[in-house]
Design a protein around this ligand. Structure first.
Ligand code: NAI
Ligand SMILES: C[N+](C)(C)CC(=O)CC(=O)[O-]
Length: 337
C-alpha cells in the first residue's frame, strides 16, 4: 500500500458507498463533523431516502453540537461508485452483508479510489481476510464496524485482515478518533469482533427463551432496560460484576458465583473457569478500575444509573414548583437524595 496521501487530521472529503441504515447514518455523522461527503447507492430511490435520513438525524446532531461549517448541503450524491470515490480521502463501505458482494465491491472501490486512501467496511462480522481476496491493493482495506445509529453511538471497532498493512489500521483508528468516534483497535480478527460477539451471546439466549416459551419478548427487553442495561450504559459487564463481589471484588465474585456458570441457565457452553481465566478476569478488572476503589466505583455506578434514569425520562430533569409551593416530580421512582 502506498502511504496515505494525507494525515487523518487533513481529511476533508469522505465517500460513503451504500447508503441504507448504516451508510446513511455514516453520511449524517461525517456531515455533522464538517466533512464534504459524496455518497453512492444503486437503489433507484436512494438519494431521496438518504436526504430524508440526514434531515431526520440533523436536529439530534444540532443538539449534540455540529462542527464549524457542518451542513447537509455538503452532501453530493454520485452516479457511480467510481465517481463517489474518485476524489475521496477516506472511503466507508456500507453495502449489504453478503460476502461475494463485499468482495467484488471492495475490489471495485480499490480500483477507483486514489492510491493509498484507506477503505473501511462497516461489515458486522465478516473478517477482512475473507473480503479482501479480489482487491489489487488489499493492504489498505480495513473493517470499521459501527453501531446503529453511527451518528450517535460512538464506538467503531477497527481491525485489518491478513493482507492489511498495519499502517492502514493505525491510520483508520486515528481518522475515526479525529472524526469524533470512540475506537477499539483490535490486534487480531475475531468473528463478530468484540461487541457483536457479546450481543450475539445475549441474543442467542433471548431467542432460546422465546422459542421455548420461557420468556416473552417484552420480558426479555424489560429485563435489560430495567436491569443490567442501566449499568452497561456507563460500566461494562466485567467491572459491574466485580462490584457484585463487594469489597472482595472480582476474585470473591468468581469464587462465590463462578460455579453457577455450570448450571443450566445458558444454552452456551461455559469456558473452564481455571486459575488462568480467574487471574485474567481479576487483573483485567483491576486494570479497568485504574486505581479507583470499590467504594469509588460504587458511587460512580450509582450516579451513572441516576443520570441514565433522568436522561431516559424515568426521573424528572428538574423539580417543578406546584401551586402549593412544593416541589413535585412525576416519576414513580422518586428523586435521588
Ligand atoms: N443495521 C445495523 O444495525 C448495522 C449494520 N452494519 C453493517 O452495515 C452494512 C450495511 O447494512 P445496513 O445499512 O443495515 O443495510 P441496508 O439494507 O439498510 O443498506 C444497504 C444499502 O446498500 C445498497 N446496496 C445494494 N447493493 C449495493 C452495492 N453493490 N454497492 C453499494 N451499495 C449497495 C442498498 O441499496 C442499501 O441502500 C452491512 O455490512 C451491515 O452488516 C453494521 C453495524 C450495524
Ligand atoms: C444487528 N447487527 C448485528 C447488524 C448489529 C450490529 O452490527 C451493531 C449494532 O448496531 O448493534
Amino acid at each position: 500500500m502506498p502511504p496515505s496521501p494525507c494525515a487523518p487530521e487533513e481529511v476533508r472529503r469522505v465517500a460513503c458507498v451504500g447508503a441504507g441504515v448504516i451508510g446513511g447514518g455514516w453520511v449524517a455523522h461525517f456531515l455533522a463533523r464538517g466533512y464534504d461527503v459524496t455518497a453512492w447507492d444503486p437503489a433507484p430511490d436512494a438519494e431521496e431516502k438518504l436526504r430524508r435520513l440526514v434531515d431526520a438525524a440533523w436536529p439530534a446532531l444540532e443538539r449534540i453540537g455540529l462542527a464549524d461549517g457542518a451542513s447537509p448541503d455538503r452532501l453530493t450524491v454520485a452516479a457511480t461508485a467510481e465517481e463517489a470515490v474518485a476524489d475521496a480521502q477516506f472511503v466507508q463501505e456500507s453495502a449489504p452483508e453478503k460476502l461475494e458482494l463485499k468482495r467484488s465491491l471492495l475490489a471495485r472501490l480499490d480500483a477507483a479510489a486514489p492510491a493509498g486512501v484507506v477503505i473501511a467496511s462497516s461489515t458486522s462480522g465478516y473478517p477482512m481476510t475473507d473480503m479482501q481476496t479480489e482487491a489489487a491493493d488489499p493492504g489498505r482495506l480495513v473493517v470499521g464496524h459501527p453501531f446503529n445509529p453511527p451518528y450517535l453511538i460512538p464506538l467503531v471497532e477497527v481491525v485489518g485482515g491478513k493482507q492489511t498493512d498495519a499502517a492502514a489500521v493505525e491510520w483508520a483508528s486515528r481518522f475515526y478518533k479525529v472524526a469524533g468516534k470512540s475506537v477499539i483497535t483490535m490486534e487480531r480478527e475475531l468473528p463478530g469482533f468484540i461487541a457483536n460477539r457479546l450481543q450475539e451471546a445475549l441474543w442467542r439466549e433471548a431467542l432460546h427463551m422465546v422459542a421455548n416459551g420461557e420468556a416473552t419478548v417484552k420480558e426479555i427487553d424489560d429485563s435489560i432496560t430495567e436491569g443490567p442495561g442501566l449499568r452497561w450504559a456507563f460500566m461494562g459487564p466485567c467491572l459491574t460484576f466485580a462490584l457484585a463481589g463487594g469489597e472482595g471484588g472480582m476474585g470473591h465474585m468468581l469464587d462465590h458465583f463462578g460455579p453457577s456458570l455450570k448450571s443450566p441457565w445458558t444454552r452456551l457452553e461455559a469456558p473452564e473457569l481455571d486459575d488462568t481465566l480467574r487471574a485474567a478476569m481479576v487483573d483485567g478488572c483491576d486494570e479497568a478500575a485504574g486505581g479507583r476503589t470499590i467504594a469509588q466505583l460504587v458511587a460512580e455506578r450509582d450516579q451513572g444509573v441516576i443520570d441514565v434514569l433522568r436522561a431516559t425520562g424515568r426521573l424528572p430533569r428538574q423539580r417543578t414548583e406546584g401551586t402549593d409551593g412544593i416541589a413535585h416530580n412525576s416519576s414513580t421512582m422518586g428523586d435521588e437524595k
